[in-house]
Design a protein around this ligand. Sequence first.
Ligand code: ZN
Length: 142
Amino acid sequence: MLIKRVRAKDVLLGRLQRGDDLLEALTVLVRQEGVRLGRLEALGAVEKARVGYYDQEAYEYRYLDFDQDLEILALVGNVSLRDGQPMVHAHLTLGDAQGRAFGGHLVPGTRVFACEFAIEVLEGAELHRGHDEATRLPLWTG
Ligand code: ZN
């Protein structure tokens, strides 16, 4: 187990532009704003999506591509440090025209139609990602 006690500093509220790559735009934003630790949420819609599913037997991601208009029902994520740089880790729940929900681990390749976000900037500690042997994922190591 790993626990860090942090406190809320402030919140960045805003929206992305149509055509933005969702993960890349959020990553640029947190780096420009100097957010080193935080949590984020967003909602909106995308024109296409690409998400990952981690195969726990093979220890590798499989990627799912959805080439259709979808609602962002929920994006939840956090910001921490990987190799000293702020990194966004986010999971995305999407909804289709029939209201069915699906999603996964957000990766580059998801194109924004509209997106409103809230990033809560946290302070008081840092979290760094490093290799976790048990899962072979870049998890928080300290
Ligand atoms: Zn993930």
